[in-house]
Design a protein around this ligand. Sequence first.
Ligand SMILES: [Fe+2]
Ligand SMILES: [Fe+2]
Length: 292
Amino acid sequence: MSPGQAITIVHLSDLHFGGFADLTQIEALASFLPTLGATAVAVSGDLSQRARHGEFQAAHLFLQQMRAIAPILVVPGNHDIEWWKSPLGLMGERLKYAKYSRYFGQDLRPVVEAPGIVLAGALSSYGVAFGSLTWNIRDVAVKGHLPRSETNRVQKIFAAAPPDAARVLVFHHNVLAGGLSGRQGLANWRSAHRRLLATGADVILCGHDHQEGAGQIQGALAVSTSGTHSHRVRGGRPSVFNLVRIDAQAVHIQHFRWESADRRFLPSDTYSFARKGPPKVAVSVAGGDQGL
Ligand SMILES: [Fe+2]
Ligand SMILES: [Fe+2]
């Protein structure tokens, strides 16, 4: 990427089509996002509430609209898989993703290339699985994990990408502790962080926490956490999606907050993280309120 050149990604997450979706926001997104001039759109999972056909169909229609703007990468979230059809993978791995795949394709780990950018999707949603078993019964089908095979696969994709391309890794579960929840989306997150750092990614795009975030793993790898466009926001705060801009020097993560009175998204805080060379410094342009 030459100096002065930049790519822009609309980062959405947790649309949760179904009873909790905020249709006013979805409609505002459909009209507002085409004005942002994005190079790509990434949707980091939880398209549905209960993996129902009608929810997936609504999500599919929305994504078709977004496809008119730019290439799209989408990965499944924990709400999008029918894990009960194959708990612990006992009935095979494909069964729990069959309905999702009917609408969003067989490839659960998609790769999208566009000029100046490679986006790699990784699978972190497995439902009740050995890799994310927990004693917290409420979390047993919610927690995600990133197997070593996933981080190794992504590392190879990024190693083979053009040297000047921005490398963007997309999966569902949050890798920074949630701002209000304090929770880590991934089981064995310390190991996951070490392996994520080795993938060569410039930025990770994730969701799951239903609260926006912008930060870094070990001061070296930028992370964009996008919020939700359902009524299940954390702490009654306004919904937020992120716009991620990558130039030759830095990754810039800008929050767009939903203003319900005006029924529109307004630009909010921007965080900038240098792309290479430790230590990294976070700069909040508009004064941040995220303790991540
Ligand atoms: Fe969600
Ligand atoms: Fe989730």
